[in-house]
Design a protein around this ligand. Structure first.
Ligand SMILES: [Zn+2]
Length: 348
């Protein structure tokens, strides 16, 4: 028996060793794990997921931006549980939270996908439109990178070995992402909710609450009361908030509701696990943006917290440049006007 099994075990070990890591799996509680995207992941992956392990079922919050990233997380799951994933939660309709839905359905045919009622139209309409825009835009980004590699320079600057490797990685990820998008089924939630939903996983519950409109109309947060852990989607991120399509005026109130839940640890979709003090900082920032208050204190508070604001995932210099905050403030009037036109602040 030993001889029969050894080659298989060896092959599995080699496969595991060969696959570059997409996520750091961080145990926050015996039943709750954060899947935090590593820097420069091998897949088109940007958003974190939360994994809640019950006696009878597993719940996963958010499904990644590509089936490849979703499958990477599915392959990593045995490190934390051998129980089946029965529940998926989409915190909102944005691509990095829903484009992996089909991969989870393939892996777990009995899985139920839960989202706010607005996702029933937002996923087939807005997420599908975004997929189509990306299919149109990616060939240009791919050609651009091919040219950079062929010429050995970007904007006249020669590529050193590290930059060449980074461009090659970025090119490879985009080629695979385009191929994935071209056949991507758009899968909306099959269970929709309005206000709250509590899911019993056996020995642990997950409480879903609609707190939007804020980042989007359908923002859900997922709280695990037994562990005092909260997954917040993009309502909080390790960087400046993504305002496009948002209801800025409703965001601080949404954060007040989540603060009242009493979480000790919070998983944003982008960046590391944070504590309630960062939620408080974010709440104050969104209130200041809504009231056009001065933002200088936030530059200092972000810098003190060590938060970079150079990119959505928190890249760039810690504390960020003043221009990052200036751009944020400058965008508020147009975001607010667009929200009024689109009814983004209407109760959803
Ligand atoms: Zn988002």
């Amino acid at each position: 028996m030993t001889n029969l099994f050894q080659p298989a075990l060896l092959a599995m070990a080699v496969l595991t060793a060969q696959e570059p890591q997409t996520f750091d799996l961080e145990q926050l509680h015996p039943r709750v794990h954060a899947a935090v995207v590593v820097p420069n992941p091998p897949h088109y992956a940007f958003a974190n997921s939360l994994i809640v392990v019950g006696d009878s079922a597993v719940l996963v919050v958010d499904t990644q931006q590509s089936p490849g990233a979703a499958r990477a997380l599915i392959r990593a799951l045995p490190a934390v549980t051998d129980r089946p994933v029965r529940w998926i939660v989409n915190t909102h309709w944005h691509a990095d939270h829903v484009f992996g839905n089909s991969a989870w359905q393939e892996a777990f045919p009995d899985v139920r996908i839960v989202g706010h009622r607005s996702l029933r139209s937002d996923v087939p309409e807005r997420a599908a439109a975004y997929r189509d825009e990306q299919i149109e835009a990616l060939p240009r980004a791919i050609r651009e990178r091919e040219t950079w590699l062929a010429e050995g320079r970007v904007n006249g600057e020669p590529l050193d070995a590290a930059a060449r490797a980074a461009v090659g990685r970025s090119l490879d990820i985009r080629r695979r992402y385009l191929a994935e998008l071209s056949g991507l089924p758009i899968v909306p939630p099959d269970i929709v909710m309005d206000d709250t939903l509590t899911i019993d996983l056996g020995g642990v519950t997950a409480r879903l609450t609609h707190v939007g409109p804020a980042h989007t109309g359908g923002d859900l947060v997922v709280y695990v009361p037994d562990a005092r852990i909260l997954a917040m989607g993009d309502l909080v991120e390790w960087g400046t908030p993504w305002l496009e399509g948002a209801c800025v005026g409703g965001w601080a109130a949404a954060l007040d509701r989540t603060t009242a839940m009493g979480a000790d640890r919070i998983l944003p979709s982008h960046g590391p696990v944070v504590g309630p003090e960062f939620l408080a900082l974010y709440r104050d920032l969104l209130a200041a943006l809504a009231s056009r208050g001065p933002l200088q204190p936030f530059r200092d508070r972000f810098a003190a917290a060590g938060v970079g604001v150079g990119g959505a995932a928190g890249g760039g210099a810690a504390g960020g440049s003043s221009s990052a905050f200036d751009r944020l403030v400058a965008s508020v009037p147009s975001v607010t006007a667009a929200a009024e036109r689109a009814g983004a602040c209407a109760p959803s």
